[in-house]
Write a protein that binds this ligand. Structure first.
Ligand SMILES: Nc1ncnc2c1ncn2[C@@H]1O[C@H](COP(=O)(O)OP(=O)(O)OP(=O)(O)O)[C@@H](O)[C@H]1O
Length: 646
């Protein structure tokens, strides 16, 4: 088995850290079977899973581990056994029961401070088990803490903020729900009114507070881009509140508007995983709101709850149906599992009906609601205020999210005719295409990036800092107008190949298409604390004047331009094309998504839904075979973890 791991590592199937964990355990005298399982558990972390689900592994080893990887070369497929072959050849690991027995007998599992923890058929590295426990215990405490609520006053404030209504208002419901305990989730697709509601929730909290001084409120998001968007949308919604006299007093005190990244909120400590704010030095806040919570990983949420005072409120906003964080976690997906069905306990529904004047529909009430503890603190919004669910992007996102093949099949076949016949479908296009370098893709990309190219070549003649900053800002804003998204990183249809291709298409006349060239959009791929750049930040290479060195312009969260010398940047990808994973938290006017011509476990309905919902006004899907798109829509992301275990 150690030989298999070495081969897998040699061929790039697993990471060095996975192999070295197994080697260390073996050196400590652990049997090969335990060392092998430890390596797989570590490998799963790299795939975004906080634990290894052994039952799943034995049911379907290849899919669970996603091995061989999608980019595996023929040579490596010949050299390496796949996971199913490995299990079949190992008498001590042949069945789940044998594997569990081996683990239970090991000193490396479930002993004091052992590196591995086995819970049922879930195998964890201890650090991740501890994160999960910390989150579970903390959320339980916050859910059990029930502040006193003046229900009459609450009703009056909700009437003033949302208007009285005799039909169900999930927005009112979310506000009332948040008053009941110290933990709340508001989930819903793009434009369903999460920000609209949360601003009103903040006003409600301030109105009903018991203390004389205003509550201290902090806003945060996992990435710089998401924090900047949150700041902007909260500020806009606050302006709309000014028309409501009932909350004039709390607005006069000033409500929080500036969102920061979670790293900045907690205060990173250079070269460590530690934060300045922790259980010994808690955050100075009464309410913490985290937007784009689907992108928060387990390690970060564990750090947040440790640093958040026990009496503070935690409010998570996000779209549970999107892809989870790239790091291990899938927190929001786990916590909100089943939210579309409500599962509200009858007592809670009664309270909500009485206080929020909601009429919780009977199908959302569940006599066994207590078995869904997090859902008693969750409100899901279904109706998009930005997209019509019957039209264009809204309709497509809805059909994909509901995994309905029938309509999609028709759209994949007839999108052109549908767009011609019905104006409501003229902003979504399905483009069959069998070659990644086809002329039709080239044309689409050239047209899409043409305004950006023009803007880049229109450097201001007046070379003052102000004029150059304004120019750079316009170029960076223009990057949000068009974006190519890929489902995979490697291969002919992957992010790297498309970046090379687009660079060649756009800059064929330039001698320099490699390295740093004017106009190259780039994405930061790892946090750089020294430069204060975050994973996912986008910049563009510009020249401030003839003969000047090239610099990369970035926008900081306050919206100011920063110019950085390329030589200082280490972890960078070209960003003409980016993976759907990396596009989370961003939106683009026209989004073009390309699907590879071979099936892979990574192609799921969550991936497609996330890609589609990045589009603000126009969406194009490029695919080679309709049945592969339909297959992807039928496949769901597996969300591993034990957050919802009793
Ligand atoms: N009850 C409402 N009445 C009127 N307008 C509303 C209502 N709810 C939301 N809106 C408007 O709908 C638009 C989308 O709402 P909002 O930005 O809050 O959605 P969101 O869920 O936060 O979106 P995203 O996920 O993209 O950030 C906004 O312009 C908002 O003002």
């Amino acid at each position: 088995m150690m030989h298999t791991l070495s081969l897998w590592y040699k061929h790039g199937w697993i990471r060095a850290i996975d192999l070295s964990l197994a080697e260390q355990l073996q050196q400590l005298g652990e049997p090969e079977s335990v060392a092998f399982m430890a390596a797989l558990t570590s490998f799963q972390l790299g795939q975004g899973h906080p634990c290894l689900e052994l039952a799943q592994l034995y049911h379907n080893p290849k899919t669970t581990l996603n091995l061989p990887p999608e980019h595996a070369q023929q040579e490596s497929l010949q050299a390496c056994d796949d996971p199913a072959q490995v299990f079949a050849a190992q008498p001590q690991l042949g069945h789940l029961e044998q594997c569990l027995t081996q683990l239970q007998q090991s000193a490396a599992v479930n002993t004091n401070n052992s590196p591995l923890v086995l819970v049922g058929s879930r195998l964890y590295l201890r650090r991740y088990y501890d994160y999960e426990q910390r989150i579970k215990n903390d959320l339980k405490q916050r859910m059990q803490t029930q502040p006193k609520v003046n229900t009459l006053q609450l009703q009056q404030v909700l009437d003033a903020l949302f208007g009285a209504t005799d039909r169900i208002s999930w927005q009112r419901t979310a506000c009332a729900m948040a008053m009941r305990s110290l933990f709340t989730i508001v989930t819903g697709g793009p434009g369903t009114g999460k920000t609209y509601t949360v601003v009103r929730l903040l006003a409600t909290l301030q109105k009903l507070r018991e203390q004389p001084q205003p509550l201290r409120i902090r806003l945060a998001a996992p990435t710089g881009k998401a924090a900047a968007r949150m700041t902007e949308s909260i500020s806009t919604e606050l302006e709309n509140l000014r028309a409501i006299p009932a909350v004039a007093d709390v607005l006069a005190e000033g409500l929080a508007t500036e969102a920061v990244t979670l790293h900045r909120l907690l205060g990173t400590v250079a070269n460590t995983r530690q934060f300045r704010h922790n259980a010994h030095n808690p955050l100075y806040t009464d309410v913490l709101i985290i937007d784009e919570a689907s992108m928060v990983d387990i390690e970060m949420l564990a750090a947040v709850v440790a640093a958040l005072p026990a009496q503070a409120r935690l409010i998570l906003l996000g779209d549970k149906d999107q892809l989870a964080s790239v790091e291990a976690g899938a927190i929001l997906g786990q916590l909100c599992e089943g939210a579309e069905h409500g599962h509200y306990a009858p007592q809670l529904a009664q309270w909500l009906n009485a206080t929020a004047a909601s009429q919780i529909p009977a199908e959302k009430i569940d006599n066994n609601g207590s078995q869904w503890p997090y859902l008693q603190h969750t409100t899901m919004f279904h109706e998009s205020r930005r997209f019509d669910a019957e039209k264009g992007i809204g309709k497509l996102a809805f059909e994909v999210n509901q995994q309905r093949a029938e309509w999609l099949q028709q759209w994949l076949r007839d999108s052109k005719i549908m767009a011609q016949q019905y104006p409501e479908f003229d902003n979504i296009h399905a483009l069959p295409c069998s070659r990644a370098d086809a002329a039709v893709i080239k044309q689409l990309v050239m047209d899409g990036y043409a305004p950006l190219q023009q803007l880049i070549s229109a450097r201001p003649t007046e070379q003052t800092d102000e004029a150059l900053n304004q120019w750079a800002k316009a170029v960076l804003t223009q990057l949000g107008a068009f974006q190519l998204l890929t489902a995979v990183r490697e291969g002919d249809w992957g992010m790297h190949a498309f970046n090379q291709r687009v660079t060649y298409w756009l800059h064929a006349d330039q001698s320099q298409q490699h390295g740093w060239f004017i106009g190259r959009p780039v994405m930061v791929t790892h946090n750089d604390y020294g430069l204060n750049l975050r994973n996912g930040d986008i910049g563009v290479v510009l020249q401030r004047g003839a003969g000047e060195p090239l610099r990369v312009a970035f926008l900081n969260p306050q919206g100011d331009v920063r110019w950085i010398l390329p030589s200082r940047l280490t972890n960078i990808d070209t960003a003409y094309a980016m993976t759907i994973h990396k596009s989370q938290g961003s939106e683009f006017d026209h989004t073009v998504m390309v699907m590879p011509p071979a099936d892979a476990p990574i192609l799921t309905k969550e991936l497609l839904y996330t890609g589609i919902t990045r589009a603000k006004s126009h969406f194009t899907l490029i695919f080679s075979q309709p049945q592969l798109v339909l297959k992807a829509v039928q496949r769901r992301v597996i969300r591993n973890g034990g957050l919802t275990d009793a």
